[in-house]
Design a protein around this ligand. Structure first.
Ligand SMILES: *[C@@H]1O[C@H](CO)[C@@H](O)[C@H](O)[C@H]1NC(C)=O
Ligand SMILES: *[C@@H]1O[C@H](CO)[C@@H](O)[C@H](O)[C@H]1NC(C)=O
Ligand SMILES: *[C@@H]1O[C@H](CO)[C@@H](O)[C@H](O)[C@H]1NC(C)=O
Ligand SMILES: *[C@@H]1O[C@H](CO)[C@@H](O)[C@H](O)[C@H]1NC(C)=O
Ligand SMILES: *[C@@H]1O[C@H](CO)[C@@H](O)[C@H](O)[C@H]1NC(C)=O
Ligand SMILES: *[C@@H]1O[C@H](CO)[C@@H](O)[C@H](O)[C@H]1NC(C)=O
Ligand SMILES: *[C@@H]1O[C@H](CO)[C@@H](O)[C@H](O)[C@H]1NC(C)=O
Ligand SMILES: *[C@@H]1O[C@H](CO)[C@@H](O)[C@H](O)[C@H]1NC(C)=O
Length: 402
């Protein structure tokens, strides 16, 4: 079994991070490590978050390719709360005016984004509210060498949502460098909206690329995503579905493309909301029904870095996909001691720069609860005794050593 790679300086700074093998307990930093051939990862109860993911790159060096912190306790202290690697819930992404209607009853939930003088808490809800699921410690209900299950009981009225919801989040590592996630959520008392996601930030070079500090040279392919959800200046869906014509800024379907390539087009300005340059967009995933989401050719997304040779392929049962190019990062978040370059602070600061990472989120059509005309009800509204909410996503890594 491979040890997670730690540069010497990291060992000196953080001797306890080298989790060598399965112990059945979290390590001294509060992380639960999982192991399979060619892949090692750690998870924490806070937000049921992924905290480290280690793959050996084409140079034979282990890279930790997700953002996070060095210890589980810092996640609840960090004032920024960038949703590093967690499960946003009970309703991921944005809800217009923090309002939705179920069976003719209007529900108002807690806002937490875009404060104004008249709405100091915000004018919309992002990722389930100010105490959404990824602000809470889940309970570990099962833990083996290659799998962990977290559970959360979200009480009736939490953040303003109706009814209790019980959820189980299971992460499994398997051979062929695969990380699977299965999320199940069950309403026990009232009808309620549910939409989850996995909010993982990627830098497939482990922030150790000595040619660039950003992830703009990562190549992205979204083979089934020729349409986007139109949004207003604060990223709230307008109801329109737009084409992403070949060659346009949001075209990642016609062929794989470096994320930075679209920055040459004027439409990149404002593409992620007012005063925002980059990506924070939702693409639809249009696979003709019925389909087997696990089949090779139904790939939802592929992200690849030529520098490390690490490629990530994503399959999912979800029918929308959000990509965020870390426009809001500004060098204030620290890298982990398992990441980055240690001996050239001037050119390679040990922080996450703007565009230094890419968030990939499988989910359903965003704010679908406020757009009944889209017909997403059966995927977003659940009631006791009915089908449970289920999200499945498979991440498979491979290394191109060419
Ligand atoms: C926990 O992690 C944070 C962020 O990475 C770091 O600032 C802090 O020093 C760490 N604390 C301990 C006790 O290692
Ligand atoms: C979550 O658990 C950590 C221990 O790993 C603890 O330090 C922290 O205070 C807890 N946070 C919350 C929000 O309960
Ligand atoms: C917006 O929210 C406010 C307060 O929560 C509510 O009074 C109003 O009806 C909502 N407007 C719409 C159009 O839903
Ligand atoms: C393992 O992954 C590679 C690359 O993603 C793929 O080509 C191959 O078919 C997979 N093998 C198995 C047994 O799934
Ligand atoms: C950049 O990193 C690669 C991969 O680790 C290494 O082979 C190369 O020597 C490095 N270049 C410089 C200038 O440090
Ligand atoms: C990296 O991205 C920049 C900007 O898009 C581009 O000019 C450059 O050619 C890319 N480098 C590589 C090695 O692909
Ligand atoms: C990938 O990087 C290698 C050097 O490691 C270079 O020879 C090759 O041309 C690059 N390929 C692409 C598609 O940029
Ligand atoms: C950088 O981002 C952090 C977190 O969003 C924010 O608190 C800080 O004010 C920003 N700094 C600058 C210089 O913009």
């Amino acid at each position: 079994m491979r040890l997670p790679y730690l540069p010497l300086a990291a060992l000196l700074l953080q001797p306890s991070l080298s989790a060598p093998s399965f112990t059945g307990e979290p390590d001294s930093t509060g992380k639960y490590w999982l192991f399979a051939e060619g892949i090692t990862a750690s998870f924490i109860p806070y937000g049921a978050s992924i905290s480290n993911l280690i793959i050996t790159d084409k140079h034979g060096i282990d890279r930790d390719i997700v953002t996070g912190f060095d210890n589980a306790s810092y996640y609840s202290i960090d004032p920024v709360h960038a949703h590093f690697g967690g499960v946003p819930g009970r309703y991921a992404n944005r809800i217009k005016n923090s309002t939705f209607t179920l069976d003719n009853e209007e529900h108002h939930i807690l806002p937490n984004e875009h404060p104004t003088p008249s709405h100091p808490a915000g004018v919309n809800t992002l990722h389930g509210g100010p105490n959404g699921w990824d602000y809470r410690n889940f309970t570990v209900v099962s833990y083996t060498q290659s799998s962990i299950t977290f559970s959360l009981i979200d009480p009736d009225g939490s953040e303003g949502f109706p009814g209790e919801v019980i959820s189980y989040i299971t992460y499994t590592l398997s051979n062929n460098k695969t990380w699977d996630a299965k999320m199940v959520a069950i309403p026990t008392t009232k009808k309620t909206p549910i939409m989850l996601s996995s909010h993982t930030y990627w830098n497939l070079d482990g922030f150790a690329n000595n040619e660039t500090t950003t992830a703009l040279n990562h190549t992205l392919w979204l083979p089934y995503s020729g349409q986007t959800v139109a949004v207003d200046s604060i990223l709230i869906p307008t109801g329109d579905i737009l084409p992403a014509p070949k060659g346009s800024v949001n075209d990642f379907w016609s062929s794989p493309k470096q994320i930075g390539e679209g920055f040459a087009l004027p439409e990149i300005d404002g593409n992620c909301g007012g005063d925002c340059t980059g990506y924070d967009n939702c693409w639809l995933v249009n696979r003709p029904h019925p389909y087997d989401w696990r089949s090779e050719e139904k790939l939802v997304a592929r992200l690849e870095s030529n520098w490390s040779g690490i490629r990530l392929d994503i399959w999912s049962d979800q029918e929308a996909f959000q990509m965020y190019s870390c426009n809001g990062m500004n060098g204030s978040m620290p890298l982990k001691t398992t990441q980055g370059i240690f001996d050239d602070e001037e050119n390679f600061p040990r922080t996450i720069p703007q565009y230094g990472c890419v968030v990939l989120e499988v989910q359903d059509w965003i704010d679908g609860i406020n757009h009944p005309e889209w017909g997403r009800g059966s995927k977003q509204i659940f009631e006791p005794g009915g089908d449970p909410y289920v999200l499945q996503v498979r991440h498979r890594f491979s290394v191109d050593d060419a």
